[in-house]
Ligand binder design. Structure first.
Ligand SMILES: [Zn+2]
Length: 517
């Protein structure tokens, strides 16, 4: 007995002050305040101390040598469903400094959130994860892809599903109002479902009904949801997605700012690129894709209906300010992998066809065969920079967990944060380093109410990144996206190292962050 006590005492005496000690760092704490010089001590998954820890002991000490220590990045806008189940380490995210993702965006989430969360916890996660409840997901369960207004009874059933997701820990409600079937919904329906989320303290994350010619109306609709449901609004991947309207982000941002002055808690997020990415189906009129596969096939097989669809597609392209579909490049396509990386104009030529009409026909053939994921060159740099400079713009990749080497996906899944720091902080000096970090950390944490993350503060979760601002660099390009960002030398999630010298360690310290009202 006495020996055991002595052993225990000896153990206690030998225990180090910290599990991990980062010395000589320039601390950027995530608040937007200027850096300060300090040591950071991590113990039991938390930030235990920040200050002069010269006499402290630690299981492991890292000399930062004046590199920046910042909170791990919180990516407010992701689509990791599917990917993270197969690749829980999320290599493309951790190597870009991301330690937490918010998924379930644009109206699409896992249908049974509680079960999914439990499965992820069982399997283990390299990063922390929170999810929204998706509008399209609940509408599909209740109404399939019916192109009509919901009945009162259907609204009630959808509300129940949203409430269920909220009780299981969803952080809010998301819409994707350009996608099937959410695009068939009225504003009243969106408000009613958002209210079900607001009851539990949710945030409304909106992929708006339009990001081009009608963007101002679309912003008004999202603001109305915020006002009538009484909840904060996050406008997703804020952009001007129409060549003819390039430059008008000044107007759209002014509308957001006016709403804030009037008392709507609204912020926006953005990925720092001038190409967007989504499915091929958005180039096809939404009425043509309603009511299930058999109906879609029937429409495409009917000569007169098909001609009408093609005409609408051609008109839409012209309205967007393009002369053909060369702005649309295939990112991944199960039907034919050789199409990946080629644009629709090139694919059309490969099929020995020419002209805008035939390009639309090619799209319909691809769509009928199973569709494709696309990259669209649709924005202008001037708008991207102006939106980035807006103080209430958070950074979000709009990407997913990527299988290294598969397809030619948008580079944003790999390089979003490094690109902000390399291109917009270091090269263009559009925003300061401290402000960029704030948009990746405390601004997202504030919006989604992660109360112990997003800042380097004592007592907060030990999610952190160590990097040299002169060296950090995104490597992923549109042509060669499968390249990890460089410069995030050490990435820590809940006190555990997930990236060491730029390499993924494979550790699984991530947690599911369930919202508690
Ligand atoms: Zn979206």
């Amino acid at each position: 007995m006495r020996i055991l006590v002595l052993l225990a005492l000896a153990g206690a005496l030998a225990a180090a002050d910290y599990n991990l000690l980062i010395r000589n760092a320039r601390v950027i704490d995530g608040s937007g305040n200027p850096w300060f010089r300090a040591d950071v001590g991590v113990r039991d998954g938390k930030i235990a101390a920040i200050g002069n820890l010269a006499t402290a002991s630690a299981d492991r000490t890292v000399d930062a040598k004046e590199r920046v220590a910042a909170p791990g990045f919180i990516d407010v806008h992701t689509h990791v469903e599917g990917g993270i189940d197969r690749i829980p380490e999320a290599g493309n995210y951790v190597t870009d400094g991301v330690t937490t993702v918010v998924t379930g965006n644009c109206g699409g989430s896992e249908a049974k959130l509680g079960d999914w969360f439990a499965a992820l916890e069982k399997q283990g996660l390299g990063i922390n994860l929170a999810s929204l409840a998706g509008h399209n997901t609940v509408r599909r369960q209740v109404m399939g892809t019916a192109n009509r207004q919901a009945t009162a009874e259907e609204i009630a059933r959808m509300q129940q599903l949203v409430e269920e997701a909220m009780r299981q820990g969803a952080v809010g409600f998301s819409t994707g109002l350009i996608y099937i079937p959410g695009t068939y919904s009225s504003s009243d329906e969106v408000v009613a479902l958002a209210q079900a989320s607001a009851k539990y303290g949710g945030v409304y994350a909106s992929h708006m009904r339009d990001e081009g010619a009608k963007v101002l109306e679309a912003i008004e609709e999202a603001l109305r949801v915020g006002r009538e449901a009484g909840m904060p609004v996050e406008l997703s991947h804020f952009k001007i997605d129409n060549r003819r309207l390039w430059g008008s982000s000044a107007k759209s941002l002014a509308l957001v700012e006016k709403a804030r002055r009037e008392g709507v808690d609204v912020v926006v997020d953005q990925y720092p690129y001038d190409h967007s990415s989504t499915n091929l189906g958005i180039t096809v009129p939404s009425w043509a894709l309603a009511d299930g596969d058999a109906k879609v096939k029937e429409r495409l097989g009917d000569r007169a209906t098909r001609a009408r669809i093609v005409k609408e597609m051609v008109d839409r392209v012209k309205k967007l300010g393009h002369k053909d579909f060369s702005y649309a490049t295939v990112a991944s396509c199960r039907v034919d992998r050789t199409y990946e990386g080629k644009n629709i104009t090139q694919i059309n030529l490969l099929r020995r066809k020419k002209g805008l009409k035939n390009e639309a026909e090619t799209i319909l053939d691809l769509q009928a065969a199973g569709g494709a994921q696309m990259v669209y060159h649709s924005m202008r740099e001037q708008d991207v920079t102006r939106i980035l400079r807006y103080p209430n713009t958070a950074i979000g990749s709009d990407g997913g967990v990527r299988e290294f080497g598969a397809g030619v996906p948008h580079p944003r899944s790999y390089g979003t944060n490094a690109r902000v720091l390399a291109e917009y902080v270091r090269n263009q000096q559009a925003i300061t380093l401290e402000d960029a970090i704030r948009r990746m950390t405390s601004l997202p944490a504030r919006t989604f109410r992660f109360r112990d993350r997003g800042l380097l503060r004592e007592g907060y979760a030990a999610d952190l990144v160590l990097f040299d601002p002169a060296r950090v660099q995104d490597k992923a390009t549109y042509q060669k996206p499968h390249q990890y960002s460089e410069g995030f030398d050490l990435v820590v999630v809940n006190g555990v190292v997930v990236v060491e010298d730029g390499k993924v360690t494979g550790a699984h310290p991530g947690k599911v962050l369930r919202h508690r009202p």
